[in-house]
Design a protein around this ligand. Sequence first.
Ligand code: K1U
Ligand code: ZN
Length: 189
Amino acid sequence: MSILDIRVLGDPILRQNTVPVQEITDELRTLVADMFETMHYARGIGLAAPQVGRTERLAVIEIEGEPLVVINPEIVERSSGKAKAEEGCLSIPDIYADVERPKDVVVRAMDLDGKTYEVQATELLARCLQHEIDHLDGKLFLDYLSVLKRTAALTKWKLTQDKYPGFIRRTALETPEDRERHKHPDEEL
Ligand code: K1U
Ligand code: ZN
């Protein structure tokens, strides 16, 4: 398994639509395993394929130790009731904002066995599913903010974006311990 680099705000792939998965292959299973490993490492509760530079319509989620793979997910029902809560994004590190979304959703998706299932989601799972499906449609949580709040978030982002040359977050090299472990022998001199 591998920890993948995460694309950050500014990378055009985060604004593209994804392509439905036609076939479950070994390569896709490896991608899903790598996405789970990357999400755990980055301490996220979800991760969508475009965030790791891929165009497949798929995402992984894990909340309270319950892993969920959503392939070709679609929201088939949304509650009229809304809820507001703080969101973050692994592709926009250190920026957080309150986002209002439908409180509950029903999502239809396919699992890694190619079986279609439906999940009736509430609370954090409902929020996370909507956030990940937005990624698959090229949308980011910043898009829901007022002009004032979005401008403030983007101003803060501009101060930190230099940490991510080429819009790439080198997930496996974020802590001093990680960097030490990956050091080239020549760098010891
Ligand atoms: O897709 C992503 O960028 C992952 C994102 C998912 C998400 C977080 C919060 C609300 C909805 C969707 C994260 O995991 S950001 C990590 C984080 O800040 C967080 C972790 C646990 C609970 C809440 C936020
Ligand atoms: Zn995100």
